[in-house]
Design a protein around this ligand. Sequence first.
Ligand code: ADP
Ligand code: MG
Length: 729
Amino acid sequence: MNSLRFNAIGNLTNSSVNVAATAKITGVFNENVFTLATARQYLSDEAYKSLIASVKSGKKIDRSMGNQIANGLRAWAESKGVTHFTHWFQPLTGLSAEKHDSFFTLKGDGTPIEEFEGGALIQQEPDASSFPNGGLRATFEARGYTAWDPSSPAFIMEIGEGKTLCIPTIFISYTGESLDTKTPLIKALVALDKAAVDVCQYFDKNITKVTATLGWEQEYFVVDAGLANARPDLTLTGRTVFGHAPAKGQQLEDHYFGAIPERVYAFMRDFEQESYKLGIPLRTRHNEVAPAQFECAPIFEEANLAVDHNTLLMDIMTRVAKRHNLIVLLHEKPFAGINGSGKHNNWSMGTDTGVNLLAPGKTPKTNLMFLTFFVNAIKAVHDYADLLRACIASAGNDHRLGANEAPPAIISIFIGEYLTKVLEEVEKRVGDKFDEQDEAILKLDIHKSIPELMLDNTDRNRTSPFAFTGNKFEFRAVGSAANCAGPMMVLNTIMAQTLTEFKSEVDALIDKGEKKEVAIMEVIKKYSVASKASLFEGDGYSEAWEKEAAKRGLANVKTTPEALDAFVTEKSKALFEANHIFTHPELEARHEIMLEDYIKKVQIEARVMGDLASTLVLPAAIKYQNTLIKNIVGLKDAGLPEKAFANQKQILEKLSEHINIISDNVEEMIEARKAANNLSDARKKAIAYCDEVKGKYFDAIRYHVDKLELMVEDSQWPLPKYRELLFLR
Ligand code: ADP
Ligand code: MG
């Protein structure tokens, strides 16, 4: 029977879970975070100083200080009812990982006590042999270490009545290779800091630190848990592999920014409150374009912290949804024919003097600093477009990129009309000698003109994968399920590299006797000219752009296995090595892990597809086929003429055709999978999964299953339909 689907529909509760109102967000914000202010209350002067030095400038904490800090942390945590602690890290599974230990221990003589030593705070050795490592750790040397990252504060995770002290950590192998997403990100942030401070020195000697900032925007779908659980594809892959478009989709655009449905509203308030306690500064919530799609966004933060907060948020959302009998879908494309989900990464850089380096200045000097960072960012994206494409590549995001709803797989940059003109002026006017005309450019009121222009262009810049939005760049091609660490690591690394080159070019001109400002303008001009091909102001979703981009020589890599190649080119290896992010073996390993991840995801989807087709869809269709046969035979037996059952025969014929095609394709797909599995080279295997399994069979099978959905008697259809998943809540 089709009980799962109809039970779920019958069990739909419209009543939302009661979520107590918070009087004031400031009252709970950071409640469960060991902020510096809290640390001050629990630590001695010297321990506090040592923690600050470590947070602010990455200074190492010695053992005795470590012990003091650990004690302070435990005292704080115990005051809140915490019994266990864990190193919280982000291995290359894309999720967060924990292994809890209690403070409780036994002394040598058996006396029970609670303790937390510096050693346990600073370093742990989780039994982590089964996290992806790309061959970096042979199993006999399967040790991996987690090491405290003081730049992201410790927090208390509450799950039901259970409370755990979580210590954000990096995760590295015995021999020092990074096995997580955080380690390379932190290295990239260090590289950016150094390169950017060096360049800032041209403008302001007081700048001693530059911090990359990130403000992400998280899109997601919310579906009733009962309905979702009746869809094994949603449960196992996070997306529906079958499902005909509903009669009503998103064409009415009545969901976007509309009133938030009550059940979802309760869920939002609930996960927001959990987030506030953990210091995630959520600010915005609204409906998105597709039915059942929503978005939330925080105030931006230092990039490493923002990444941790996004990882935490995804985890919190997933857990809190269950309380509301909802399922949160973070997948980039849960529903065919309906918009997918992204995670825009708003990115900029801030100085310790309080200046946003991508905010246009008000004086010629600050304008020059703005232009410097602005043009370097453009040059970085232009020169390393392939890496930016690679860092957002995933099986899920492949469904979204270039699907005329999300930024295309072509990496271009939108800067708006006004700044385009400014760059044109720079190109035209900056000459061998820095003259009044050049001065004039710097005197432009960029800061005044930009806001208006940005408003004018919001519609068009929506289609750009990398858009300047007034005082930051918005990297829009990042997938909704992604860990932002990958894109942030790449972006900050290529920026660091470009700034380093910029500085050496400027210095070379200065050494030749050029005036500093002239030298800077010269190199800005050079970079602007060199990056021109990547600048695009038009509709990024259009076919015309695909053609134009091809003419300009811009890459348009549509699939993950190919996009990932960019990580292991000679150019990338040199880049990551020069900036101390990855050694060559680390890069090779990471490449392998990403390929493996892709293979596994497509493999699971293929299996789910085959299983569902064979055990749910075909049986339902065959049942209906029998009904039709009985009906036709009955009519015939009753002596009715052929034309009395001509239509039924036609339906039967169509139905049988779909059944046969599905059944044949499922068989063939299994063979294609076997062939792919026999390939030992990960890249070849990924390409086989992409082209020979997914490419040849997914759409083909889906097409016929979706046709059957429109034919088979509704009460016999086993899977909740799109109209139910998207509109019932
Ligand atoms: P909107 O685009 O809706 O007008 P904002 O421009 O304020 O709103 O911000 C959109 C997103 O960009 C928010 O998530 C915000 O935190 C982030 N953001 C704003 N300024 C910066 C910055 N300097 N660095 C990084 N992210 C930023
Ligand atoms: Mg946005």
